[in-house]
Design a protein around this ligand. Sequence first.
Ligand code: NOJ
Length: 579
Amino acid sequence: MGPDDTADDRLDRRWWKEAVVYQVYPRSFNDSDGDGLGDIPGVTERVGYLDALGVDIVWLCPVYDSPMADNGYDIRDYRAIADEFGTMADWEALLSALHDRDMRLIMDLVVNHTSDEHEWFRRSRRGDEQYEDYYYWRDGRPVDEADDATNEGPPGEAPPNNWGSYMGGSAWSYDEGRGQWYLHSFHEKQPDLNWRNPDVRDAVAEMVTWWLEKGIDGFRLDAIQCLSKADGLPDGDPNDAPVGLAQFTYGPRIHEYLRELYERTFANYDVTTVAEMSGTTVEMAADYLGEDGDGLHSLIQFEHMDIDAGPGGRWDPEGWGEWSLPEFKRVLSRWQRADDVWTATYLGNHDQPRIVSRFGDDEASREASAKLLATFLLTTRGTPYVYQGDEIGMTNTDFETLDELDDPMTVGAVEDIIESGAADSYEDLRAFVNYTTRDQSRTPMQWDDSANAGFTDGDPWFPVTDTYREVNVAAARADEDSIWHYYRRAIELRHESPVLVYGDYDLHVPDDEQLFAYTRTLDDERALVVLNWSGERATFDPDGLGVGDARVALANYDDPPTAPVGSEFRPYEAAIYRY
Ligand code: NOJ
């Protein structure tokens, strides 16, 4: 992008706005030592690959020392690397390899909770004075006072309140040693840190500074909605999913904690922060961002992830899988138009199923629809996030039995559903689970058509999806028309086009059930994006959009219409016009 100081000031140009992020789930990315688990040297081996794709930032999911109850989101030691992923020297080598190619590295900052094997928790559960208040410890209630959610405790005793965890069951577990219950918004092996305790905040800030000093380029802040809980930890509405959600998220001190962390750490470095904020709305979001807010740069909102859930949320086995394009456009356009908010643009990640199976058509139109999704990701406002494997159109697979699943969230949800009587067995839930489970995005990366898709020479920790003979990186790179090359070109186009990063967003044909079309405008630069988000032909007929013949900057069919208005677009046809 050409230098222009005045425009820079007006646009508030930032490297993290202009960047494209690639998310690596290290366990499933590339195994360098044949133990069947992806590792850090495996990522380093592929830095050239990422550079060829054209991405600027790698977001590496947790590689810290961990017992892996939640694949690394349960951290045992924040300052050490898990053996299975390599060593600190390996991590340093990855950082240098990325920096050598002008790419940056951000990592997860998981500080709502630790592992129950973290030293802080081990000492806290022993009642060690310095750590006794590091977590939420409470006495139980007599059974008859309590609601039904209960994890095993002493006879006659129920958890301190009725909160449920995101991973199913009660949000409380009983600890025999301490004779009390501890809170875990997620898995029982992920006890929540007590952010009310200033010692906890000091320890977190110290640890964050330690990583910043090592030269990391930023953090993705995990589950920040949970950092502050409602005063007194009151019971929640039994109809919430999970129960207590309104009490254990977005509590009264959240801004204070984030602002303090920012001032003590991020503010002193040229790094970026992106906060995972499940449950946030456009109205809430701006308060977290920028110098006038909590100093965060951008956020991951979830509204479009909820679009196809049943009335009871993601794990409601009734009414899932239906979504309408007009509603999807309404939700996303709200975020696109919010001038004071900068979001991560994403359609999938390690917590979601495969994007082409969910939002495209992985059977009749896998190639076209995967390219359409790429077009969307790279032409909207916000920092685009590409999740590993989506750049080759990896698809969902079929988990035939409960035993084939790994994700504790899915397993917990299935157990809860069966216990509630809404289903008798996994078989009743199989189609639903296959649609939504986080495991869909955690199958090994498909590099080539050799054994185990070239992911490992050993036994893969998780089965490779059987599409790998056709759907793999080597085949995609050898074919100029592939989804991979389309991503590469779309990334390049974004890098060359300030209008795609900074331009205003205007939605056209909002009620059209097939077309998602918008213009991006920056002074006299204009881009029009037309996406036929359906398997049928559709005519683009907006009111008053004065575009005659336009230059096609990128399209997923060879011969796109050159006069978009009034033209017919084929199934999953996507085109970016400049005019
Ligand atoms: C969000 C992470 O993305 C997810 O994978 C994890 O299970 C929870 N936070 C808990 O850390």
